[in-house]
Design a protein around this ligand. Sequence first.
Ligand SMILES: *[C@@H]1O[C@H](CO)[C@@H](O)[C@H](O)[C@H]1NC(C)=O
Ligand SMILES: *[C@@H]1O[C@H](CO)[C@@H](O)[C@H](O)[C@H]1NC(C)=O
Ligand SMILES: *[C@@H]1O[C@H](CO)[C@@H](O)[C@H](O)[C@H]1NC(C)=O
Length: 310
Amino acid sequence: MGNIFHWSLVFAALAHCGLGLQPPQRRATVCNGHAELCDRAYSNVTTIGSHDSFAFSSNPLILARDQQVDIPTQLNLGVRLLQAQSHMNDGVIHFCHTSCILFDGGTVVDYLKLVKTFLDNNPNEVLTFIFTNPENLSLTDVWKPAFDEAGITPLAYVPPHVPMKNSEWPTLGEMIDSGKRVVVFLDAGADTSQVDFLLPEFEMIWETPFGVTDPSFPCSVDRIDGPLSTPDHSYMINHSLNKNILPIGDGVLVSDPLDAPTTNSVNSIIANVEGCVPLSGANRKPQFVLLDYVDIGNAFQAANQLNGLA
Ligand SMILES: *[C@@H]1O[C@H](CO)[C@@H](O)[C@H](O)[C@H]1NC(C)=O
Ligand SMILES: *[C@@H]1O[C@H](CO)[C@@H](O)[C@H](O)[C@H]1NC(C)=O
Ligand SMILES: *[C@@H]1O[C@H](CO)[C@@H](O)[C@H](O)[C@H]1NC(C)=O
């Protein structure tokens, strides 16, 4: 007992005199909820994502919804990938589903401010955005100002080069320690020479097909861009089931919360993953599992299992 007291005094005295015996630099010991994940590469952790995260409503009559709980609730459940679709509405960038008449999720700035509050309250969390940019909105005049205004730009991860191979990403712990713990992908129109943190999604992440109506979720590499090979990409499985409610012509696909307990079950997610792993070219699990109705089912249990935590 006396010894411990003695040595701690010496340590404190030396540190005080600036003799180089500084206490170790603060390091994250829990990352995205688990100590085991701190030393894992960002690209080597399976994360649950919310498809059309902004398109939430508790009203089942709103057919254009894909979620029923709001953004803070999704994040508190454990969602660490937020996906959303952008559209201009009266000169302001909004998140809307297909069109802002069908479903207007409000401004991107308001959405990002909500997420910023979560990030401030949860400093050991790494978060990814995948935003679609169907109107090819200006990176410098529209997208970046939204991130600036919400205060997220200083947290945005800027990779040393683009594209990053799957094997080149830092660990979650490194990202948290550096404070650069938000990764932002755009599906189209990204140009890192204009805005360095808005990253071209398909150069680094491939996706399975969307608009799936087959509950067995057959896997295929649907959307991908070069120059990197498929094994050097991470991938996202689009594990949401659609119902065709107008079986003529191209039909009308809507999400169906009644399927969600099955679709978002451990079995269904793991089966989808097993179908995709051989296509990764590297025996790799998906980095992202994108879901409708994230609050229904057992997706987070599936992710823990895929991450070897359960
Ligand atoms: C990914 O993480 C798992 C579990 O820790 C580890 O066994 C595997 O080697 C990692 N893969 C890569 C490519 O780092
Ligand atoms: C998107 O806009 C940029 C200019 O901001 C332009 O260079 C590019 O060609 C556009 N892409 C498409 C697909 O229209
Ligand atoms: C995933 O599937 C949904 C629903 O079919 C589709 O709307 C979406 O564009 C797909 N891809 C992404 C990146 O969300």
